[in-house]
Design a binder for this molecule. Sequence first.
Ligand code: GLN
Length: 263
Amino acid sequence: MAQHLTAEQTPLVADLSQPAPDSRLADVRVGVVTFPGTLDDRDAARAVEIAGGTAVPLWYADTDLQGVDAVILPGGFSYGDYLRAGAIARFAPLMDRIVDAASADGGMPVLGICNGFQVLTEAHLLPGSMIKNERLKFLCRDQGLRVENADTAWTGRFAQGQEIVVPLKNQDGQYVADRRALDELEAEHRVVFRYAGGNPNGSRNDIAGITNARGNVVGLMPHPEHAVEPGFGADLSGSGAVGMREGTDGLDVFVSVLEHLTR
Ligand SMILES: NC(=O)CC[C@H](N)C(=O)O
């Protein structure tokens, strides 16, 4: 005889349109570094957890990476942007470990977001530098981006040429590099994100994010970690960039690295 279940006992009907979440992603430990003056570390850790991974707080003055599988250098104003944004954070004890791990065989994935990107250029893990925005204004807006390279550790979930919208907020966001470095980035397909719908800050070649030759180190000025949950969308239909968005376009950056590390 068929057994009747109460509402509480009824198993949830599996949604076959959604692939089952990969439980191995939760085993991936992503370190999020806090420097004095960092402010986006909590959002970066939250983005890792929403993507399905495990976030591990790392302290700039430590010398132990605690066995993490990847590292995020988050946004903010490390050392108050004193001297040059990222110029002092680059000498933090933990940065030596991160540079070693990123450069070693296996190439640990490292993501620098905004101030984190500035730190990566100062640490010479990525070429070029960031100077004041073209019109010397702090910019805070939703920004259209085109994914130019979906083959890095942090962009595998995206489609080549896909347009996304994530927040942009900085004062030193103008990416500059000498002609030779720019030609090399372009020839080696190392521009990862380009501004879409207009260049907000004068960055050379509309560059919003780049990678190293191996694709394990990525830096970008806009903030994918602030666009990982529905409800924070933007209506950019009037800006010439892209239309209404849910506010989750940044999530695949974090899912990408978890998938990359469980392949
Ligand atoms: N949001 C941020 O990380 C800011 C980065 C940097 N300190 C700037 O203003 O340029």
